[in-house]
Design a protein around this ligand. Structure first.
Ligand code: SAH
Length: 340
């Protein structure tokens, strides 16, 4: 049975018309779900019982199970079990500006980035829209506080699950839904060019981050197989098109991997590659994992890399690290339950 948390307000309106009911019930039900946070259709008091019975026949309102929670200072990792017993993770980060949650978009990932722990498990399936929505709803409930920021940077390649992702954005951004501001939502892609172009037509002002991680094709091909499909000479123009159409900025994520992409020449080349792009660069200290041989660049070299970018007028920051102690850091989202 389909799950009610996968429907946008528009979908709900169409549904009410289809079952011969009134369109305005859609907004009422949407508010029950996202403002009042009901957990059973019985709690709805302003829609006739006969109609509720029809809905109950067509849609489930069930939630996901949370089977493990690991907490550390300012960070908390949640392990969810899906209806088909697959597992995914989401991470809550407490910032001074609010609560940010990093969600997963797929079970496993097929992009095969060499340095990424969560991609070692191949994609089993896409997450349904409701499974993305419920990661947020359930964390908010446990927390008893609002989530102010959402990043789609957990397990999976969100642009390999584009349609469900877009519906997810429409639901969580809607002022009558969870009302999370578009500018507080970020999606990160390894560089799926056709979807970047499609996303440039999407009306909500959601932030786009690109996992760049290399200043040239030679290095990028070594560590990110997607680059063989969409090399930099396609990726960079696609990003420029996105910027022209949306008038926004893009964030480039750049993990610093010892002796792979962290030389001073790499910093110079990176500055050249992006010199006329309206962007931020986010330098990410690599989180080492036991299973992969990549090493983290030391702090002195990170600062050198940073300084070269600064000197070349790049807007650059070094990412604050969260969750290293509980394997909740970037690229480490993979539960011990499913260890390979
Ligand atoms: N597939 C998307 C989103 C998920 S990965 C993407 O590639 O952008 C989120 C970010 O974490 C990416 O920038 C990814 O390259 C980075 N990452 C992966 N493994 C990491 C690790 N071990 N340490 C630091 N960042 C890592």
């Amino acid at each position: 049975m389909k799950n009610i948390y996968g429907l946008t307000l528009q979908d709900l309106e169409n549904y009410f018309l289809e079952i011969g009911s009134k369109k305005f019930h859609a907004e009422q039900l949407f508010r029950w779900l996202y403002e009042k946070r009901i957990e059973s259709f019985e709690e709805v008091t302003n829609i006739k019982k006969e109609i509720i019975d029809i809905i109950k026949n067509d849609y489930s309102i069930s939630r996901l199970s949370i089977v493990d929670i690991q907490e550390d200072v300012d960070v908390c990792k949640y392990l969810f079990e899906l209806e088909d017993k697959e597992h995914i993770e989401a991470v809550l980060m407490r910032h001074d500006y609010g609560n940010s949650v990093c969600i997963s978009s797929q079970v496993g990932c097929n992009m095969g980035c060499k340095f990424c722990e969560s991609g070692r498990r191949k994609k089993v399936r896409n997450l349904e829209t409701y499974e993305m929505v419920l990661q947020l709803l359930m964390i908010e409930k446990l927390l008893g506080e609002r989530i102010s920021h959402v990043v789609v940077m957990g397990i999976g390649e969100p642009f390999d699950n584009y349609d469900n992702l877009i519906h997810f954005f429409e639901i969580i951004n809607h002022p009558k839904g969870m009302a999370i501001g578009a500018r507080h939502i970020t999606v990160s892609t390894c560089g799926v060019v056709p979807k970047i172009l499609e996303f440039s037509e999407f009306p909500l002002q959601i932030n786009l981050a690109i996992s760049l991680h290399a200043p040239n094709n030679m290095i990028r091909n070594q560590i990110m197989p997607i680059n063989k499909v969409y090399p930099l000479e396609e990726l960079i123009p696609a990003i420029k098109t996105y910027l022209e159409k949306t008038n926004r900025r893009v964030t480039f994520e750049y993990i610093l991997l010892k002796d792979i992409n962290d030389s001073e020449q790499c910093a110079v080349d990176l500055a050249k590659l992006i010199h006329n792009i309206n962007c931020y660069v986010n330098l990410i200290p690599y989180n080492e994992t036991n299973n992969l041989e990549y090493k983290r660049t030391n702090n002195i070299q990170i600062m050198r890399f940073y300084d070269i970018l600064k000197k070349n007028n790049v807007n650059v920051t070094i990412r604050k690290e969260f969750g290293g102690n509980i394997s909740a850091a970037c690229g480490q989202l993979r539960s011990k339950k499913e260890d390979l």
